[in-house]
Design a binder for this molecule. Structure first.
Ligand SMILES: CC(C)(COP(=O)(O)OP(=O)(O)OC[C@H]1O[C@@H](n2cnc3c(N)ncnc32)[C@H](O)[C@@H]1O)[C@@H](O)C(=O)NCCC(=O)NCCS
Ligand SMILES: Nc1ncnc2c1ncn2[C@@H]1O[C@H](COP(=O)(O)OP(=O)(O)OP(=O)(O)O)[C@@H](O)[C@H]1O
Length: 196
């Protein structure tokens, strides 16, 4: 079974594109969601995160995501250490999930697919892009984030130029109708590759 990596900068439309593949009954694994779930449920991760970020990282048993974000997105070392805690657990969780899937291919959607090296385990890698203006507008509408909060995250991610060098395909996600037809096209290409 092939693994297709799907990534893109914050607000580029990764989750939206993953939804279009889901409509074609392609199993979708959202790494961000797995990271969130493990942060909430793994006692081992909780212990490591509190050691790294302090007691305020959790209120009772729930992770304080806003607080953790406020620390790590302005401290590259702490972000890297947090990634080292969460990513291996997500990789194991993905392998268990993938074993249960019955499909020609699955999608592994991850915000930092290239930065964290996950693309090396994928047979094909798709990059979703949009203009900075589009991303800022979408995120302000979706999350009511401030521009500085969004830019703090953008600075911790590679540029589209860097990602393009490692991507097999790009989806320029401007008009949703065109994006949907691009997904249809890539779906056929992926199925053909799987047959060869
Ligand atoms: C710091 C955390 C708690 C902030 O949670 P929050 O709910 O505010 O953000 P969320 O997880 O929904 O991420 C929103 C967006 O932020 C960006 N982002 C998240 N993690 C990272 C990271 N490690 N590096 C760069 N950008 C990131 C991505 O564009 C992501 O789509 C969370 O992002 C986190 O645990 N990140 C580190 C682990 C990780 O890399 N998770 C994502 C893949 S497993
Ligand atoms: N082509 C588009 N036109 C208009 N709005 C869009 C388009 N694509 C996505 N959106 C909207 O922009 C917001 C961000 O899209 P989405 O959540 O898919 O991005 P993402 O890359 O997964 O973001 P994150 O990195 O935060 O997870 C959502 O509210 C989504 O509905």
């Amino acid at each position: 079974m092939m693994v297709v990596g799907l990534t893109g900068g914050i607000g580029s439309g990764k989750t939206t594109v993953a939804g279009f593949f889901k409509e074609k009954n392609v199993p979708i694994y959202i790494a961000d969601d797995a990271g969130k779930r493990l942060l909430e449920t793994s006692a081992e991760i909780r212990e490591h995160v509190i050691k790294l970020i302090g007691e305020k990282a959790y209120t009772d048993t729930a992770p304080n995501r806003k607080y953790i974000a406020s620390v790590v997105f302005k401290d590259s070392e702490k972000l890297e250490a947090l990634n080292k805690i969460i990513h291996p657990a997500v990789a194991k969780d993905f392998e268990n999930w993938q074993r249960k899937q019955k499909a020609a291919y699955v999608i592994y959607e991850a915000a930092i697919l290239f930065e964290a090296g996950g693309y090396k385990k994928c047979d094909i890698n798709i990059l979703v892009t949009a203009t900075k203006e589009e991303k800022l507008k979408r995120l302000q509408e979706r999350d009511q984030s401030t521009i500085s909060e969004i830019e703090a995250r953008m600075e911790k991610q590679w540029s589209d130029e860097q990602k393009r060098k490692l991507a097999d395909f790009e989806i320029e996600n401007h008009d949703l109708t065109l994006t949907r037809s691009r997904v249809d096209e890539l779906h056929e290409i992926i199925l053909k590759r799987g047959k060869n």
